[in-house]
Ligand binder design. Structure first.
Ligand code: ADP
Length: 345
């Protein structure tokens, strides 16, 4: 076969950018003490896109993040950023990336200006050029008027913006962020996402962001969804949701959800599954019409029904067979329902 052979299959226009993918992750594998955390994950990230790594707790996001940021070597496969391999050429790779970790890395006893000066020195920047860059970055993240105040006087959102300025000081073309909005209030979250979009649009920065929040994943240009160390979905949020088509119905059975799911599947030829919380879930066109039919067909057996448009959680459920819930969310939901129950009595 000659090189340059074109594929016969229809290629969506975005794939044309694949030739110059900024990040290539190929069959990446990693295990801790023999327990697999990444089981052969592959994807590509294109120039100037905001790419999300979405997954519940324990799905492998942080492991992927550590490998991409050269903190850890993968046990198998490769991660390449701008042509530099994370295993064989980590120093060169690091020149291309800015990294914002989940844990704070700024020195809160220093001013915003001093924090950035310090980082600049680590990158070998000096004198007037460094001073100009520090001022520019402080302006970019809206901290010019607080430049000389200690970071400990800043709000959580301001501190996170200083972290961002730190990650971007050396003009990286790729920015890696690990769960960047953890602990931020909704306003600060919005600001941060707006800023990421500006970086992408005005500076052509490619952004990779890990998250377990659906509403954040919705803001990404494309997503890789991870579950238990495996890639379970890849695409734009719209593409992924469109795969489902129709509506998503959740039914609460009065008696036995498993039995109801089996009977619904038999009656309508649609796959009905019982979720972890005992709800019966199925996908149907024209969900509202279906509701009337199913309630009439199984009189007295259905306690409640909800109809909704597919969400990214539905994509996750469809691909994995279980709900997307972090342990905290599950614990929180259980706490809330226990509270409700105790109020009733
Ligand atoms: P996420 O960031 O999506 O929560 P992680 O990459 O942190 O996922 O974890 C993936 C899996 O690897 C989990 O089962 C986790 O318990 C395990 N793991 C992560 N870090 C370590 C570690 N340092 N030692 C042992 N197991 C780990």
């Amino acid at each position: 076969m000659t090189s340059g052979t074109t594929s016969l299959s229809a290629t969506p226009p975005r794939k044309a950018a694949a030739a110059n993918a900024v990040i290539r992750v190929e069959n990446l594998q990693h295990a801790y003490n023999g327990r697999a955390a990444l089981k052969g994950v592959s994807f590509e990230v294109y120039p100037a896109e905001i790419f999300g790594l979405l997954g519940p707790n324990g799905s492998g996001k942080t492991t992927m993040f550590r490998i991409l940021s050269t903190l850890m070597l993968p046990m198998g496969g490769r991660a390449v950023i701008n042509g530099s391999d994370s295993a064989s050429d980590p120093a060169r790779l690091r020149q291309h990336i800015g990294v914002v970790f989940q844990a704070a890395s700024i020195d809160v006893k220093l001013s915003a200006h001093e924090n950035l000066q310090h980082v600049g020195h680590l990158y070998g920047m000096r004198g007037a050029a460094l001073d100009a860059r520090v001022k520019e970055m402080l302006g970019r993240v809206g901290l010019s008027d607080r430049a000389n105040e200690r970071a400990e006087t800043f709000s959580g959102g301001m501190q996170r913006r200083l972290e961002l300025a730190k990650g971007l000081l050396h003009h990286p073309s790729v920015l890696l962020l690990d769960e960047p909005t953890t602990g931020l209030d909704p306003g600060a979250r919005r600001d941060l996402w707006q800023y990421l979009a500006i970086l992408r649009d005005e500076e052509n920065v490619t952004v990779i962001v890990t998250t377990h929040l659906m509403e954040e994943a919705e803001r990404c240009d494309r997503l890789a969804i991870l579950s238990e160390g495996q890639l379970v979905a890849l695409g734009t949020p719209a593409e992924l949701k469109n795969e489902i088509g129709g509506d998503v119905l959740l039914l609460e059975a009065r008696h036995n959800p498993e039995e109801l799911a089996v009977r619904i599947s038999q009656r309508y030829g649609a796959e009905a599954t019982v979720l972890d919380d005992g709800k019966v879930r199925l996908e149907q066109d024209q969900g509202h019409r279906f509701v009337t039919d199913v309630v009439e067909t199984f009189p007295g057996e259905i306690q409640s029904v909800s109809v909704s448009k597919p969400t990214l959680e539905d994509v996750f459920i469809r691909r994995t067979g279980h709900r997307f819930w972090t342990e905290e969310q599950q614990a929180e939901a259980q706490k809330a329902s226990a509270k409700k129950r105790s109020k009733k009595h």
